[in-house]
Design a protein around this ligand. Structure first.
Ligand SMILES: Nc1ncnc2c1ncn2[C@@H]1O[C@H](COP(=O)(O)OP(=O)(O)OP(=O)(O)O)[C@@H](O)[C@H]1O
Length: 262
């Protein structure tokens, strides 16, 4: 579904240049929930901006469904951390979810149907007529997720989507995301700096180095598909994987053969 090859990005030129992303190579398969975890400031957002076509990388290639990404692809949706700035406060929740569908040429009835359906997926069937500012932070982020899913994107990119909500809401949103992702067989690439979250959510965890970001490990999360915030997090497999990711993030190297994409 997604192929990233030798991705490299440098901001600026000459003495003031800053290398943010260095030679990233990985793929994400259809229906997979892949998490990328990396230290603060390592270049995660830069990588996502390159993948989403918002910025043109200095080097390397990104392709989605076999087509090179050059500009923002129609088949891609992004959910950002800051839900309060991504929803339009003057539109109702339903209109917010319908909004991107207008540009896909869908008629009014189809837009309405898709918006209602997506709001059901995120357990918000009765808030269509409310405005975003009448909802809690967690509910607003669920609306953002519904808006992204209503487009039925080939790839959903999520940039620290649960970093601005309280711990309890974060757990609820994590479970909701896994449920909806499984149900719709969505392909998701989620970036986080939270080790536990990456292991709990992911089918895979890609670990990034300190700046400039490069991949230090690509780990398969061998946990049961059905996950639970208490029992999964207590399981020996979870604890061991979390320790492995923490070790890698703090500079421990992994054997080259275990690093996907070289
Ligand atoms: N537009 C820009 N111009 C110049 N430098 C930039 C720009 N955007 C980001 N950087 C620099 O590139 C590096 C990586 O930034 P980026 O935001 O991609 O990291 P991040 O891992 O997403 O950070 P965080 O975890 O804090 O969100 C940082 O040193 C940052 O200062």
């Amino acid at each position: 579904m997604l192929e990233v090859s030798g991705l490299y990005h440098r901001y600026g030129k000459g003495d003031g240049a800053h290398l943010a992303v260095n030679d990233l190579t990985f793929t994400v398969e259809t229906g997979q929930l892949a998490c990328i975890v990396g230290p603060s400031g390592c270049g995660k957002s830069t990588m996502l901006r390159c993948i989403s076509g918002l910025i043109k990388p200095t080097g390397g290639n990104v392709s989605l469904q076999g087509k090179p990404v050059d500009g923002v692809p129609e088949d891609l949706a992004v959910v950002f951390q800051d839900y309060s700035r991504s929803l339009f406060p003057w539109l109702t929740v339903r209109k917010n979810v319908e909004f991107p569908l207008r540009w896909r040429g869908l008629g009014k009835a189809e837009r309405r149907k898709r918006a209602e359906e997506a709001l059901e997926w995120v357990n918000l069937p009765n808030v269509g007529d409310k405005y975003p500012w009448q909802l809690s932070g967690g509910m607003q982020q669920r609306v953002s997720i519904a808006r992204a899913l209503a487009r039925r994107p080939a790839l959903l990119l999520m940039d620290e989507p649960f970093a601005s909500v309280d711990a309890q809401t974060r757990f609820e949103l994590e479970d909701l995301l896994r449920k909806v992702q499984r149900q719709n067989k969505s392909t998701v690439l989620l970036v986080t700096h939270d080790i536990d979250e990456s292991v709990y959510l992911g089918d895979r965890v890609l670990v990034l180095s300190k700046s400039p970001a490069t991949i230090v490990a690509d780990l398969t999360v061998d946990l049961p598909d059905e996950r639970d915030q208490i029992t999964t997090r207590e399981s020996p497999e979870f604890v061991s994987l979390r320790a492995e990711v923490a070790r890698l993030l703090h500079g421990g190297a992994k054997a080259p053969a275990e690093v996907a994409g070289g």
